[in-house]
Design a binder for this molecule. Structure first.
Ligand SMILES: Cc1cc2nc3c(=O)[nH]c(=O)nc-3n(C[C@H](O)[C@H](O)[C@H](O)COP(=O)(O)OP(=O)(O)OC[C@H]3O[C@@H](n4cnc5c(N)ncnc54)[C@H](O)[C@@H]3O)c2cc1C
Length: 424
């Protein structure tokens, strides 16, 4: 895996190959020496993951092997346990990975089936086959949480199985909390009522999670089997399957300690300048959910990747007048499909225009960006089968040889050594 040691390109290490990290790796791979690191060896397209819970044809579409995406960029499959200002520590390697520029793109975790944590694609396939079977068997399903995920999942299950009783319970008083209009919420509720009469919304009530439920959840991703769950307002719901859709968790453990002065302690995101450099660091950037720079959205993460790709190249070339600045969008937008044909959305415009089923289906609901993402990341149509490979497993000596030969600083160092040899 040698690199030309005379290359003037900098080594950019990107931690996290989600929407932000993979977009950046692809943008930079011809202009820099890129090392992308992720726990898994595939990009997980979680925007379409809820449909994969009811529709087996979507399972291969939600995983894009990094092998298909990167050309000259390198990929290392590994869990990053610690990120410092100088190095990235990856489980199983005896020393840290150094860099010229570091981009932190570790994103967020969400409970299954919204996101998943399997290191290989076959296991993801099995996990989705299992939940598909459990949803099919269950007569009555409870979804805890009425944010975009709980509501979308109700629509996906409702579309696939019109006869099933689906109860969505949420402690919040309305669906889809956040900076969105009540016109959007009312439109979504009206559509649920008309299209999926067996979906029941219980709002303003918190599900009591018993010790038994907590214990079971430590072993399984959702609760299977007939049980009665209770809310804090003594509402009793008989159910065969409980799926939690209660929000995301920042993947901050690797950077939290060494970057503590740059972490927003309220949300565990990294505070950034408008250049997306992490506050206090010139050569460390953050993008996506872990950057405290606007809404946690894939769309935002990809736009931030453009800004950082430009800024690394311009900073490295000392063309500081060409630096781009990230601006948080002024208007909130969201698209909520209720299955492939129904749904509503609020456009990110001053008017906050609310759109209905046709536009929702066209923009997102129909294919959930699978074709677009496969085209953009892998330049091909979505796959029909789950593949597997050892791509990204790198031996220690090969990895550090790559780091050594790719770092710009190292180029200077070898030049110095060569000069010294000449002198001798
Ligand atoms: C069901 C669902 C639907 C959504 N729909 C939309 C939508 O329609 N539009 C939209 O804009 N947004 C949507 N979102 C939000 C969107 O998914 C997130 O904003 C997006 O995933 C953020 O991208 P990211 O690159 O920051 O991080 P992520 O996509 O979370 O990727 C982070 C990557 O980092 C890796 N990683 C983390 N920690 C480590 C570590 N220590 N070592 C190695 N690797 C690590 C992970 O394996 C992962 O691959 C949705 C979210 C969910 C859950």
């Amino acid at each position: 895996m040698g690199q030309n040691s005379s290359t003037p390109k900098p080594l950019v290490v990107i931690v996290g190959g989600g929407y932000g990290g993979l977009s950046l790796a692809k943008k930079l791979e011809t202009q820099a020496n890129v090392l992308l690191i992720d726990k898994k060896n595939y990009f997980f397209h979680n925007i379409a993951a809820l449909r994969a819970a009811v529709n087996a044809t979507f399972v291969p579409k939600i995983m894009i092997p990094y092998e298909f995406a990167l050309q000259s960029g390198r990929f290392l499959q590994g869990t990053v346990t610690k990120i410092t200002k100088d190095e990235v520590i990856v489980e199983g390697y005896s020393k840290g990975i150094t860099f010229d520029y570091l981009v932190i793109a570790t994103g967020t975790s969400y409970s299954f089936p919204s996101k998943n944590y399997s290191k290989n694609m076959k296991d993801v396939g099995s996990a989705y086959s299992q939940i598909q079977a459990k949803i099919k068997e269950a007569k009555s399903i409870t979804l805890v949480g009425a944010g975009p995920v709980g509501i979308e999942l109700a629509g996906e299950i409702g579309f696939a199985y019109r006869e099933k009783q689906i109860t969505v319970v949420s402690a919040s008083d309305n669906i889809i909390p956040g900076p969105f209009s009540n016109e959007l919420r009312d439109s979504v509720k009206q559509r649920i009522k008309e299209t999926f009469p067996k979906v029941n919304l219980i709002l303003g009530e918190r599900v009591i999670v018993t010790d038994e439920m907590k214990e079971t959840l430590q072993q399984t991703l959702y609760l299977v089997g007939n049980r009665t769950i209770e809310t804090n307002k003594s509402n009793k719901i008989e159910t065969d399957l409980v799926i939690f859709c209660t929000g995301s968790k920042m993947n901050s453990s690797a950077y939290e300690e060494d970057f503590k002065n740059s972490v927003n302690q309220d949300n565990h995101r990294l505070k950034c300048k408008s250049t997306l450099q992490v506050e206090g660091y010139e050569n460390v950037f953050a993008i996506g959910d872990c950057a405290d720079a606007g809404p946690t959205k894939a769309y935002e993460a990809q736009l931030q990747a453009d800004v950082v790709a430009n800024n690394i190249i311009q900073i490295d070339a000392k063309r500081l007048d060409k630096i781009k600045h990230w601006e948080i969008s002024r208007y909130a937008g969201i698209v909520i499909p209720l299955g492939p044909e129904q749904g509503a959305g609020q456009l990110p415009l001053k008017s906050g225009k609310v759109v209905g089923a046709k536009v929702t289906s066209m923009i997102k609901g129909g294919d959930l960006f699978c074709s677009r993402n496969w085209k953009m990341f892998a330049n091909r149509n979505p796959s029909n089968e789950v593949t597997e490979s050892n791509y990204g497993i790198i031996k220690e000596e090969d990895l550090f040889q790559f780091i050594q030969s790719s770092k710009k600083q190292q180029v200077n160092q070898s030049n110095v050594e060569e000069e010294q040899k000449k002198d001798e």
